[in-house]
Design a protein around this ligand. Structure first.
Ligand code: ATP
Length: 271
């Protein structure tokens, strides 16, 4: 008998709308979004600029509540931010007056985690992101990639149920970006964490995701989802070759074609 895979829904968004109040009236950023995120998924979100990707992430993070519809973590409505859902932004969020160790220690300290446990956790996650030798440095002494790794350790040390990343590698040079992709893939593979990552880069999405979500131009709706497994090939010995398969090329073309169609609709609206 085939063994059943136990699925666990971490986050579920149902019929969600988000309207922002602005000086010119109301802006509908999201329209009827439905999304179930299962434990261990690596979701990458793509879509035209301004289509509501960050808004969706902010709903999951608890920074915004849907104007209509629901956002739940397990059986509990998401009503505000929580250490269970750690957020990594494009610009690293580190306290400049604290060293890297103290920055990573900050969350557990606030949660009153006992000192010994805290110390072991901070060391573990600094090692995991490759910063154990930089614990005493201040953020200004680190490169952009290292700062982003420190931000990641700050989130990981809280052992969140989910990691939310808003274009986390967008400001990095190509080589550092690729190294960060390898790091986040390895961390995901090792910890089995659930990740929701926004990117503008189709290749980044395909190289990391187990599911790629493509959104329409504003108001943002989910127009298509692709279940992919190139990340497993890349994590194994195959490395880059996964990107040259026919299947990869085919999905890549399809995603780009959807985004281009959405961008064209956006431009036509603006004329
Ligand atoms: N606080 C706000 N008040 C009013 N409008 C907002 C607010 N935040 C976002 N918007 C609008 O909502 C829409 C969606 O914004 P959002 O930042 O979610 O898009 P995005 O897809 O993440 O964009 P990008 O890819 O350019 O980062 C945009 O039109 C934006 O101008």
């Amino acid at each position: 008998m085939a063994s059943e895979i136990k699925r666990e829904t971490v986050v579920s968004i149902k019929n969600a709308y988000l309207r922002y109040a602005s000086e010119k009236g109301s802006v509908t950023a999201l329209e009827n979004v439905n999304l179930e995120i299962e434990k261990g998924e690596f979701i990458c979100v793509l879509g035209p600029s301004g289509c509501g990707k960050s808004t969706l992430l902010k709903i999951i993070a608890g920074f915004h509540q849907p104007t209509e519809g629901t956002a739940m973590m397990g059986d509990t409505p998401i009503t505000g931010p929580s250490a269970d859902r750690g957020v990594v932004f494009q610009t690293p969020t580190l306290y400049p007056w604290l060293n890297i160790y103290q920055n990573v220690e900050y969350g557990p300290k606030m949660r009153k985690v006992p000192k010994d446990e805290r110390e072991a956790d901070v060391k573990k996650y600094l090692e995991l992101v490759g910063l154990k030798d930089f614990a005493k440095q201040k953020p200004y002494e680190l490169s952009g990639g290292m700062k982003q790794r420190a931000s990641l350790a700050r989130v990981l040390v809280n052992q969140p149920k989910m990691i939310l990343m808003d274009e986390p590698f967008g400001a990095l040079d190509a080589l550092t970006r690729q190294n960060m992709q390898t790091l986040i893939r390895e961390i995901w593979n090792k910890t089995g964490n659930t990740i929701f990552l926004i990117t503008h880069d189709v290749d980044e999405a395909l190289a990391l995701a187990t599911r790629v979500i493509v959104m329409s131009s504003r108001p943002g709706r989910i127009v298509k989802e692709f279940h992919t497994d190139f990340t497993y090939d890349i994590v194994g010995t195959n490395q880059e070759s996964a990107k040259y398969t026919q299947e990869y090329m085919h999905i890549r073309e399809e995603i780009l074609s959807i985004i281009n169609t959405q961008n064209a609709a956006l431009t036509a609206d603006a004329i």
